[in-house]
Design a protein around this ligand. Structure first.
Ligand SMILES: [Zn+2]
Ligand SMILES: [Zn+2]
Length: 177
């Protein structure tokens, strides 16, 4: 598993904001992220910490989307300082040796470390402009642009076709006037 794949945790948290309204919601989010085994141990303190993390991540995506690389990186570095990482080399299921992140400590810490290392790896491998927010207003869901030509604008196929339809109607209107 490549560290950049951990960046999906950040997207899941930003887009699953509604999930942070209750502990049950947080547990559902953990299941969705493939961390179902942790769900039963989640506490109120984790919920508070995850809300704080969500706000930080939203700000990082906003800076990145606005083209302010420096501000996005500064925020990410702040998170890296506050959440020290203890990586382990792992080789299971016939995979080659690869890095795993800490699997101890509080659930919110584990999740945070995953988000932060994932984003740090993605940003340093591919660039800050790979973090985006959907352009199909009012959506603004986060996404990772892993396309080869950095052309991604929307969070999903659904938003992409909605935006295309809106653009088509706008063109038709302007022709009609
Ligand atoms: Zn692994
Ligand atoms: Zn969208």
């Amino acid at each position: 598993m490549d560290l950049t794949t951990y960046a999906e945790l950040a997207v899941l948290l930003v887009n699953g904001s509604g999930r942070l309204e209750s502990l049950e919601g947080l547990r559902a989010l953990l299941h969705e992220s493939g961390r179902g085994a942790l769900a039963a141990r989640a506490t109120r303190a984790d919920l508070d910490a995850m809300r704080g993390l969500r706000d930080e991540l939203v700000t990082i995506f906003e800076h990145a989307d606005a083209g302010d690389d420096e501000a996005a990186v500064e925020r990410l570095n702040g998170l890296l300082v506050r959440h020290p990482i203890h990586p382990q080399i792992s080789g299971h299921d016939g995979e080659r040796w690869h890095l795993h992140l800490t699997e101890g400590g509080r659930i919110s810490d584990q999740y945070t470390v995953g988000c932060v290392m994932g984003l740090a790896a993605l940003v340093t491998d591919l660039g800050v402009d790979r973090l985006g927010l959907c352009r199909a207003a009012p959506c603004r869901r986060a996404f990772l642009d892993t396309s080869s030509n950095r052309s991604r604008r929307y969070c999903s196929e659904r938003c992409s076709s909605r935006a295309n339809v809106a653009a088509y109607r706008a063109r038709k209107r302007s022709v009609a006037v």
